[in-house]
Design a binder for this molecule. Sequence first.
Ligand code: SF4
Length: 497
Amino acid sequence: MSLLDTDRTTVRIASREAETAIGDVLRDADSEVHAVGSTGVPAVEPLVLLTEDGRTAFFAACSVGRAEALLTGLEDGFDSVVDGADAVVEHDPNAARLPATDLPELSAGQRTVLGPCGWLRPTDPDDYEAAVGFGGSDPETIRELGAEILGRGWGDWCQDRTLADSWETAREADGDPTVVVNAHGTGADTLLSSSAPFAVLDGAAAVARATDAERIVVYISQDDDHAVDQVETAVWGYPDPPVSMSVVTGPAVYRAAEPTMAIEAIEGNHRLEARLRPPGPDETGIHDRPTVVHTARTVAHLAAALDTGSPADSRLVTVTGDVAAPATVELPERARLAAALDAVDGAEEYKAACVGGRFGGLTDSLDVRAGPESLLDAGLGTEGVVELLGEDRCVVKFVGERAQFAADTNCGRCVPCREGTTQLAELLRDLYDGRYRRDGIEELIGVMERSSICTFGVDAGRPTRTAMTEFESEFHAHADGRCPAGSCPRKAEVSTT
Ligand code: SF4
């Protein structure tokens, strides 16, 4: 039976873990008790949601003691416990999404693409069927939506471009296309794969219909056990799949999310190198067959658009870095990124933010809209990640470590990235010997941006370039032997290490 049509009190426990200590307690309640996956906001989890007759009571960060009190209170009925709730909201009795609440951590943005997360049982097809419905849209309708939706994230072959052109390329290429869902990505891809796997699969099935594909592969990092388990369970439970569906894991390294390296991993190649382009994977992908590569975010966005009839004007944003725990929220594209900070503890004071993932741009202000045009205009990245740096963090040290990470982990296929990242890390180390060569650094980053084969090398210099613009006094200070944050070693210590 679906969670949506029960006439008794329903107890939902929203948490990343399927098994929780409070679940053990509440299992004794005379109610339906279900684990519904994470909301994306760990600060409120485990979150207990009691629902009856179109009212839901929220009990945030519920302890075992509070769960025991709820269990006792529920013996006298739903009304006897709602006074102790952190929030109570009225809603459609058949609400398909976590109802909007004024709990600060859950009030940021909207929950359209994130709708199933923390509300539906992730791997129960009855819940998804009742709330959203497995898609049966015709290919033409799907293609029309694909002409309006942009790919999300650097793991998407269509990052910041509409999907439809890539689909058309795949349809016209030789061989039956494959659809790859690249969930080897940010916290948002992991959240959707774990808490809304049917939305991910349903969106992928729509892409398969639009491209006449014969196969769907969901690609996940091998260290992401929970997401792998959830998607595998959903694959088994997907009713009447239109094409074959499977899960393939890849190495737990950052570069493995690049679309063509994802294809290398899916083919089973141990040496992960990006492929030359053109042609792109939509023309020549897995075993030379056309392969459409989208992130979990992109296909979940498509599934939500098919459900509502139009694409949601929203972006998933994960706040991470110097916070108590990372959180993922869904912001309207017109909203300021700062709105996402309500979802995390510890974000009150920050010195800088790296916007756009591992190789995002540094800024001291999140007063920028969440849509891709605004982010790119501001020189920031569109990856959907805001990494906060606390007041005691050194920006020069941060970008130096990012440059060194790029030098250590690039695939080595092209000179601009392989040599460029190494030289960039050396130029940043030179600061500690009193040499700040801004022109040389900018010229090097320009070459990397223009000449690298894949997005890894194109973006690897962005943290440094933006930091030199926003925080240049810190670069001069380091060249003068001072670290304003007090976190860098002195010159003499650097030169002996
Ligand atoms: S840009 Fe870097 S990661 Fe990409 S192909 Fe070149 S060396 Fe490899």
